[in-house]
Design a protein around this ligand. Structure first.
Ligand code: DGT
Ligand code: MG
Ligand code: MG
Ligand code: MG
Ligand code: MG
Length: 269
């Protein structure tokens, strides 16, 4: 087909191909979820419905898009790690980022009622996205460790903060003053001595966030089959192996996780 005289405008498109052999990480984060969580009466500091909805959306992203090896989420954010060898959309950064964020955002609205039941969605939420390339496995592990450490620091702070406000009746400003300059050990001590809470017994989902990985799971399904010599169809149970996105709430900072699931970082993927 002959080209129109307008074709030259294509040359204005910037090349945003991701470097070869690098892990491609897309992180998204809820826009102004400080307000969104207030308006939708999220439980403080952790709302199971909100966290589980985030994970449902992230599972959808992994299932719908290509080549995501692992995802990690906490609070109003999720990170998606594409395999270093992926050829999806010729490794164009804008394609990765926009597909991840739009699929996530539409899923958030689509699945909202499954988690929030009678709590109406009051306005359309938005998410920002960014893309970062990590050249080595160590860089990638350190990135994920950074996000999980952030989860821990924020959750410990928020857990004590809301105890001081909700149980001890401090104002938010008083609670903030009380916690200024305290170390992790001090916060653990306040929780234990004043509220009889052992932080280590708080739910893993709050303390560790959520890791999503692909796992083979056996499913038993019933199939209708027709045997040649019998007139009627018969129902039989068959076991099928499927690869599913599975949520874990475990430590990913230490080596144990990576030793247990070596296929995540395997070179040929
Ligand atoms: P941004 O990301 O710059 O547009 O602004 P925000 O407000 O989203 O700030 P960000 O992402 O640093 O902090 C996340 C906010 O979301 C924070 O205000 C707490 C809120 N949030 C996230 N998960 C929960 C939850 O489970 N319960 C409650 N109450 N709030 C949550
Ligand atoms: Mg932010
Ligand atoms: Mg946010
Ligand atoms: Mg955030
Ligand atoms: Mg198109």
């Amino acid at each position: 087909m002959a080209k129109s005289k307008f074709e030259y405008v294509r040359d204005f498109e910037a090349d945003d191909t991701c470097l070869p052999d690098c892990w491609i990480v897309v992180r998204l984060d809820g826009r102004n979820f400080h307000r969104f969580s207030e308006q939708h009466e999220f439980k403080k500091p952790n709302d199971d419905r909100a966290l589980q909805l985030m994970t449902r959306c992230a599972q959808t992203v992994m299932q719908e898009l290509e080549d995501i090896a692992i995802a990690y989420g906490q609070s109003d954010e999720y990170s998606f790690v594409f395999k270093k060898k992926t050829r999806w959309f010729k490794r164009r950064a804008s394609k990765f980022m926009t597909h991840v964020v739009s699929q996530f955002a539409s899923s958030y609205v689509f699945y909202w009622k499954d988690y929030f039941k009678d709590q109406q969605l009051l306005y359309p939420p938005g998410f920002d996205g960014r893309i970062v390339l990590y050249p080595s496995n160590q860089n990638l592990k350190d990135y994920l460790s950074w996000r999980q450490a952030d989860c821990h620091i924020n959750n410990l702070y928020n857990t004590v903060f809301w105890m001081l406000v909700q149980r001890s009746g401090l104002t938010p400003v008083e609670a903030q003053d009380r916690l200024r300059g305290t170390l992790a050990g001090d916060k653990n001590e306040i929780l234990f001595s004043e509220f009889n809470i052992n932080y280590n017994n708080e739910p893993l989902m709050y303390r560790k966030g959520t890791v999503l990985i692909w796992q083979k799971v056996n499913e038993i399904i019933t199939k209708k089959i027709k045997l040649p010599k019998e007139a009627e169809e018969k129902e039989v149970e068959v076991t099928r192996t499927k690869t599913k996105v599975v949520p874990l709430h475990c430590d990913i900072i230490g080596d144990q996780f990576w030793e247990e699931y070596p296929e995540i970082l395997a070179e040929d993927r």
